[in-house]
Ligand binder design. Structure first.
Ligand code: TRP
Length: 328
């Protein structure tokens, strides 16, 4: 595998994944596992920087792994890691933190957003988040990072850290690039913004059954259906059409577009069709996931073996870094 490019990506341990995670990230990861040397991680150490429940974190981490496996990530083709099982992430993050200015971390938009969101939970780990993320990727000398555009500021920190380290201690790390997979932007069911776990009513989970999908779509806002003209470009109706094109393809889209233009659209019918289409796509994933869920030892083994293999690689980097930095 040495000649293949190294890919690393992390998904926060937020529990079951939704359609946005699936179309925006996981599908891209599945496409990459065949041609690249991939590590995909559930980043539980990042998850604890914002308020969370220690009683459910483990299950949340495991739910992401189960969704990965159900969706088709294959432990024979890529390494699956649970971040906290490889403590070298934290070790490297500390080393890297000594060469990076605090002021630059304070200026990051992601840090400012989180501060505004949880004003009573502004902890050192939150400030440190991008350093730990840089360490995640650099620990494996990752070159390509499939993540959303919103992570670009963090990728810049990563490259800056790598450059600075190389300048101070000799060439060690590549400068990782964001890898834009053909991920789709999945809109929120509720109107503005994208589908997100933190917005109630905005998402459909990969594990939702048909009734649940119907119920969630029923809550999505529409209009009176008498507007006619072109399909709107924003708002609840626009989002339904985006989902229709993602799951129903061109033909289905055009059918409902025609109805809209002729002012005879019935949103209940559209939502019903959409529910069926989404469920058809999710059903095989759910069946596969269930197979893993019913075999907890197998899943434990996958987590254990993946993380151990990662740890071996991580330790090599740590050895090299300590040597270069003059540490014992
Ligand atoms: N910050 C990323 C997110 O919120 C998650 C993450 C942590 C990550 N470490 C990473 C992504 C390393 C890619 C590589 O989506």
């Amino acid at each position: 595998m040495a000649d293949k490019k190294k890919v690393y990506s992390g998904v926060r341990a937020t529990g079951r994944l939704h359609l946005g995670n699936y179309l925006g990230a996981v599908k891209g990861m599945i496409a990459l596992q065949d041609g690249y040397d991939c590590i995909f991680s559930v980043v539980d150490l990042h998850a604890i920087t914002t308020p969370y429940d220690p009683r459910t974190l483990k299950q949340s981490t495991r739910d992401v792994i189960l969704d990965f496996l159900g969706a088709g990530l294959d432990p024979a083709k890529c390494l699956l890691e649970v971040q906290s099982k490889v403590p070298e992430h934290m070790e490297l993050a500390y080393y890297l933190s000594t060469i990076f200015p605090v002021s630059k971390l304070e200026d990051l938009p992601t840090y400012k957003d989180k501060k505004a969101l949880h004003p009573k939970y502004v902890n050192l780990g939150l400030l440190y988040y991008p350093v730990l993320m840089a360490a995640d990727v650099l620990l494996y000398k990752g070159e390509l990072v499939p993540v959303g555009i919103d992570q670009e500021p963090h990728l810049e920190v990563m490259r800056e850290v790598a450059r600075k380290f190389n300048g101070m201690f000799g060439k060690t790390f590549p400068e990782p690039q964001r890898f834009a997979t053909e991920g789709e932007y999945v809109p929120s069911l509720m109107g503005p913004g994208k589908m997100s776990k933190s917005v109630t009513g905005s998402y459909i989970l990969l594990t939702d059954d048909l009734d649940t999908i119907r119920r969630r779509l029923a809550g999505a806002p529409t209009d009176s259906g008498k507007a006619g003209g072109d399909v709107p470009t924003e708002g609840g109706v626009a989002n339904l059409f985006v989902l229709m094109s993602l799951f129903g393809g061109r033909q289905m889209y055009q059918k409902f577009e025609q109805d809209y233009k002729e002012k005879k659209i019935r949103y209940s019918e559209m939502k019903d069709t959409l529910s069926e289409l989404i469920y058809q796509e999710l059903k095989p994933i759910q069946e596969k996931r269930k197979g893993f869920e019913e075999n907890p030892e197998l899943v434990d083994g996958i987590i254990q073996e993946g993380s151990e293999a990662c740890r071996k690689r991580a330790q090599e980097t740590i050895r090299e870094v300590k040597e270069k930095m003059g540490l014992y």
